[in-house]
Structures are given as C-alpha cells and as structure tokens.
Write a protein that binds this ligand. Structure first.
Ligand code: 13P
Length: 257
C-alpha cells in the first residue's frame, strides 16, 4: 500500500449471496468489529435488491456500498438493465466491472467493459475493473501479455483524469473461490505490472494514483502478507466478505506501517 498517492480499499463482493433482510444484522455486527481509525474505504458490493436495505443500515457509519454490474447504456428500452444514474441516485460509490464471472457466464466483452467504465465515470461512480488470467494462460506463461491486453482494452479512450478515478482489481481466475490464493510474490508481480502498463499508456503520476486491489481467496489469514506489497492497495473479497468477523479482520489488515 502507498497511502501518500492513493487510497486503500477493502471491497466485499457478496456475489449472489445473502438476502435484503440480512443486510442490517450483518452491518450491525460489522460496525462493532471495524478498527477505530479509518485506514481504507470499506465497501460492500451487493446485488441490486439488497442496496436499499444496505444503504439504510450503513447510515452514519464509514461503510459505503457498491454494485456488481451496470448497464453500458445511458437510459431507454433495455429491459432488465440498471443504469449508472440509478445507482448514483441511491448513493452508490463503487461498481465492479468486468468480473471474470460476468465475462465467462454472461459473455461480457472488453469493449462492453470499457463502455461500462465510461458510463460509471460519467455518473461519478468509481469503477472497480477486474482483470485476471486463467490457469491455462498462467501455465503457458501468457499472464502478463493477457493482463496488458485487458488493462489497455478497459482503459481505451479514457483521458488521464478519468483513469486516476479508476480502481483495478487483479483477480486470477484460478484463485477465485478455490481457496488457492496467489502467493504474495505472484500477486505483487502482476499488480506491479498493471501499474507499469498504466505508466506506459499515460505517465508515472497517473500510474501512482490508481489503486490496485488483489482478489482471489483473500482471507483473514493471508491478507496481511498480500496487503504488505507496495503495489497492492487493498482487496476484492468474495467468500470472506460474507462473514463480518473475517471481513473486519481484512479491513484491520490495512492498519499497518
Ligand atoms: P473469493 O474471495 O471467494 O475467491 O472471490 C474473489 C472474487 O471473485 C471477488 O470479486
């Protein structure tokens, strides 16, 4: 982490778990467990129907909420879609874009990811852009090449000011929900590389302003080592964000230095 130039962020991704009625008990428990001083943005990215209950529950706390996807379209005849303006109106601060589960199961393309990033930035919501290689790509030593491609595709057409407002999450697909965390060295290498790609596309000032998160089986036990890496500015947490105690422990992992 490097708090001089950028924010630390611990974001939970509840995926399609929990009910709206479970938001308040979770937040009530979490509030009591969070560290007393604010060292990072503490974010819960939840399914749309949970947002209203969560927004009420986190009032007067330092927890903020995010969504897990957004429409690339501004408004109109797009049945089933939710646009960035609706999320903003509810008080949404962050939104995950291009999660590997959406890319794999919903055919989300790189150009859609790019369009969603722009829609969110236009609405004043911070996109958390997910990138990450498959096991096959890692084994074929194609990781960095693929990450280079994904980062460039997601940030294409953005100006430096817009890029500074983005967050990138490195989530190796083989580490998601598998209990197989990337080693701190592997995660640090790719997160450092992502910063180098941004430096190459823009400049050092832009690159050092972008928060880069690690995601993939991050938990209360392995978070400290991952968060100690200079280019890892936080985490995007799946399974371990469903338990207030584990999530709070990861947030406490940002209390260091
Ligand atoms: P797990 O922490 O459950 O591996 O999920 C990571 C993830 O996909 C977060 O977006």
């Amino acid at each position: 982490m490097n708090r001089k130039y950028r924010k630390s962020i611990i974001a939970g991704n509840w995926k399609m778990n929990k009910l709206p009625s479970e938001a308040r008990p979770f937040v009530d428990e979490l509030r009591g467990l969070l560290p007393k001083t604010k060292t990072c943005d503490t974010v819960l990215c939840v399914p749309y129907p949970i947002i209203p209950a969560l927004a009420r529950a986190i009032k007067d706390s330092r927890i903020v909420f995010g969504a897990q996807d957004v429409s690339a379209h501004e408004k109109g005849a797009y049945t089933g879609e939710v646009n960035a303006a609706m999320l903003k109106d509810l008080g949404c601060r962050y939104c995950i874009v291009g999660h590997s589960e959406r890319r794999a199961y919903h055919g989300e393309t790189d150009s859609e990811v790019n369009a969603k990033v722009i829609a969110l930035l236009d609405a004043g919501i911070v996109p958390i852009i997910c990138v990450g290689e498959s096991l096959e790509q890692r084994e074929k030593e194609l990781t960095l090449e693929f990450i280079d491609y994904q980062v460039k595709a997601a940030l294409a057409t953005l100006d430096p000011k817009q890029v500074k407002r983005c967050v990138i999450a490195y989530e190796p697909i083989w580490a998601i929900g598998t209990g197989k965390t990337a080693t701190a060295e592997q995660a640090a290498e790719v997160c450092g590389y992502i910063r180098a790609v941004i430096r190459g596309m823009f400049d050092a000032r832009v690159a050092r302003a972008v928060s880069i998160l690690y995601g993939g089986s991050m938990n209360a036990k392995n978070c400290d080592e991952l968060l100690a890496q200079p280019d890892i500015d936080g985490g995007l947490i799946g399974g371990a964000s469903l338990k207030a105690e584990d999530f709070a422990r990861i947030v406490s992992g940002t209390v260091q230095e």
